[in-house]
Design a protein around this ligand. Structure first.
Ligand SMILES: Cc1cc2nc3c(=O)[nH]c(=O)nc-3n(C[C@H](O)[C@H](O)[C@H](O)COP(=O)(O)OP(=O)(O)OC[C@H]3O[C@@H](n4cnc5c(N)ncnc54)[C@H](O)[C@@H]3O)c2cc1C
Length: 299
């Protein structure tokens, strides 16, 4: 209860406090920070997908700057040979400005990633962008760019249809619960119904032999996924687990130890505030962290 109150009050918590308590979720502000974090993860047998923090860009020059940053990340990945792909949010690359402009920015990144044998994941944002994101992905595939994949959110009622559709392309899909607030006519609301839909969609993806990134920290779903993998004898080249930097690290290590492939989402950059608030709201111990930081000044 107290945690929920604190989560609601986050917008009025001073930014330096939010920054301090969310530092575990963010690699830092520079590309070098993301590379260093990825090196450590690689040493623990986890791969990464690096994300330049930022979303909902409204000017062309801002979107071009974001695209340049992601391109610089790919350069750094190629030069250092760290085991990481790239994750991008299409609104940061101009989806709100013009579809064609966004497509060109994304296609350039996917082509560059192809040259260094890396993968670009198109993150899924809120519902006004779902169809546009899937359409853009399909266009990339139709133009021969296959080192890219999408994200499907289990809370969306449309997701089963989307998976059936994407399976025809042999799409690589990250399956997550979904993080934005969506209305009940288009999205399941209750924890149980989202979990049930997640299970249903995961089964469907295994049935269709799609490559799936199982992106969750939820024990119920992690146990379910492991049971399905064992029961069906799903090969390690058909799936990986995915987690966010700084979340449930013991569970992460246990999954790696059990022989599963693991990829960690590594966000970095100056635009850390929106991402941090979303992470803190999901942390069941948010109140303790914030109150402690209030008293210690975040140190
Ligand atoms: C790799 C990855 C990529 C993602 N990409 C997207 C995307 O493109 N679009 C999108 O809408 N969503 C994305 N998400 C977020 C996702 O939709 C969920 O909001 C988020 O993962 C929380 O759901 P959960 O399945 O982990 O279950 P939850 O029930 O939220 O969490 C399960 C347990 O994990 C622990 N936990 C969870 N979060 C925290 C935290 N911040 N701090 C401490 N403990 C925590 C708690 O113990 C909690 O009980 C992504 C998630 C991951 C892991």
């Amino acid at each position: 209860m107290f945690n929920q109150l604190v989560a609601k009050a986050l917008p009025i918590v001073p930014k330096p406090i939010v920054r301090a308590v969310s530092s575990r979720y963010i690699a830092g502000e520079t590309i070098q920070d993301a590379v260093n974090t990825t090196r450590k993860l690689n040493a623990h047998n986890a791969k990464a997908t690096i994300d330049v923090l930022g979303e909902f860009v409204s000017s062309r020059s801002q979107a071009e700057q974001e695209a340049q940053m992601s391109s610089n990340v790919l350069t750094a990945i190629g030069e250092t040979n760290i085991q990481s792909g790239l994750s991008v949010k299409l609104t940061s690359l101009g989806l709100d400005i013009e579809d064609e402009f966004c497509y060109k920015n994304v296609a350039a990144l996917v082509k560059k990633a192809h040259e260094i044998k890396r993968f670009v994941r198109l993150d899924m944002e809120n519902s006004p962008y779902t169809t546009k994101t899937i359409d853009l992905y399909k266009r990339l595939r139709s133009e021969g760019l296959s080192n890219t994949g999408v994200v499907i959110q289990a809370y969306m009622r449309r997701s089963e249809d989307d998976i059936n559709d994407l399976s025809k392309l042999g799409a690589s899909v990250r399956l997550c619960k979904g993080i934005y607030i969506e209305p009940s006519n288009i999205a399941f609301q209750g924890r149980d119904e989202v979990q049930e839909n997640y299970k249903k969609l995961l089964r469907l993806m295994f049935d269709k032999d799609m490559y799936v990134g199982i992106a969750t920290h939820d024990d119920v779903l992690l146990d379910f996924a492991q049971e399905e993998i064992a029961k069906r004898g799903v090969k390690p080249d058909r799936y990986e687990f995915q987690m966010l930097l700084g979340v449930r690290e013991q569970k992460r290590d246990a999954l790696i130890k059990a022989g599963h492939h693991m990829r960690i989402y590594v966000p970095f950059g100056h635009d850390w505030y929106g991402y941090s608030v979303r992470r803190l709201k999901e942390n069941p111990e948010v109140a303790g962290h914030i109150v402690r930081a209030m008293f210690t000044g975040g140190r």
